[in-house]
Design a protein around this ligand. Sequence first.
Ligand code: SF4
Ligand code: SF4
Ligand code: SF4
Length: 385
Amino acid sequence: MSGRVFSVILLPTSECNVACDYCFEHKEPHRLSQALLPLLTKRLLDHLENERIEECEIYWQGGEAMIMGPDWFTHAGEVMDSAAEKRGLQFAHYLQTNLISYSPAWNDVIHGMFNGSIGTSMDYPNVHRKLLRGGAEAYTKLWTQRLREAKAAGIEIGVIAVLHQASLEAGPEDFYRYFTEELGLGDFQVNTPFPGGPAKQHERDFRLDLGELAKFLVGLFDIWMARGYTSGVSLGPFDGLIDHFTGKQARLPCIWKENCSNQFISVDSKGTVAQCDCWVTSYPEYFFGNVFQEPDLTRMLKTSRVRRDFVERPKRLVRDNDCLSCRYLSICHGGCPVRTYSALGTMMAKDPYCEVYKSVFACAEAHGREILRCRHNQIRSSRNT
Ligand code: SF4
Ligand code: SF4
Ligand code: SF4
C-alpha cells in the first residue's frame, strides 16, 4: 500500500436549516438515498484499491449534514465500514455541522462513528450566520446553547471561524478572548472568506483589505503564541505552521497542500464529483463526472479534462507567476484554486491572499526560530550542569 491519504468531502444533502449570508450552497431539497450508499461505497473502495490506498477519510458536510438524522448516519456508517472491512480497507468518518439541530439523540452516533468529536462553525462577531427566522443574534444564542449541551455530553468540538470585516474591526484580542474564554474552546481555526455561488451577491462584504487582514492574523498569531501555544490551545492554521517551522510533521490546511487534487474529491447527494465542496456546489463547469453514472472513479479522475487544470496548476504558477522566486513556495504552492477562481475567473494565477500568507509565514518562521533557539539553549545548559 502507498501510505497516501485520500479524503472525500461527502455532501449527503445541500439542504440547510439556517441562512448564512456567505453561503455558497445551492440549497436543493435533495438527499443521498440509502439505496445508493452501497454503490457509492463500492466506487470509493474500487478507487482505493486501484490507487493502493488503505484508508479513506470521509468528511461529512452539507448543506447541513444533521438534516439526515442520526439513524441515517448509523446505517451509513455500518454499510460503509463493513464493506471496507471485507476488502481490508478502512474509512475514518468526520462530521462538520452547524450544530443547530444537535440533540442527545446524536450522542451514540457521534461517540461511535465520529469517535466523540465533531466540527462546527462560528464567527466573531456573528453578523452573517442567521436563523431562517430570528437573525444573527438568535443564531448565536441557540448555537452557544447547543455547543454547551454537546460539550456536556463529552463531545470534543473544533470550531472554524470565517473572518469578515467586523472581525477585523473587533481586533485579534477580542476575537481570541471570545473563543477561548467566553466559549471555553481549546481547538479552533480561522479561514479566509471567498465568494462562490449565491454568496457572490455579498462579495463586497467579504472583500477584505489585505493589509488589515494580514495585520489581524499576525496579531492573533502573536496572542496565541503568548497565551495558547504552551497551554494546549490549538489554533489553526498557526499550529501547523509552527510544526512546519520547527521541523515537525505538519498538518496544514488544503490551501497549502502541494496539490489539493492529489488528496481530495467531493461528492454530492446526486453523485456529482468535483475537487471540493466549494466546486461541487458552485461551479458546474468544473465537475469531473458522476459516480453513479460512470463505473470507474479512478478512470474518471484520470481522464477528466477539467481536472487536468488542478493537476497542472502548480507547474503553471511556477512558470507564469512569481511563485518560483518566493521563499515560501515549498509551504504554499501558490495557494487555493477556488479562492483564485472566485476572485479572478481563472485558477491559473496565484492565490489573491498571497501577500497575507507571506506575512503569516514570516510570523510563523520568526516564532519557530525562537522556539528552536530556546530548545537549543535548554539542551546546552542541561549538558553544562
Ligand atoms: S454556510 Fe453552511 S450552515 Fe450556513 S447556510 Fe450555508 S450550508 Fe447552511
Ligand atoms: S480548491 Fe481550495 S478549498 Fe478546495 S480543496 Fe483545493 S485548496 Fe482546498
Ligand atoms: S506566498 Fe504568494 S508568491 Fe509565495 S508561493 Fe504563495 S502564492 Fe506564490
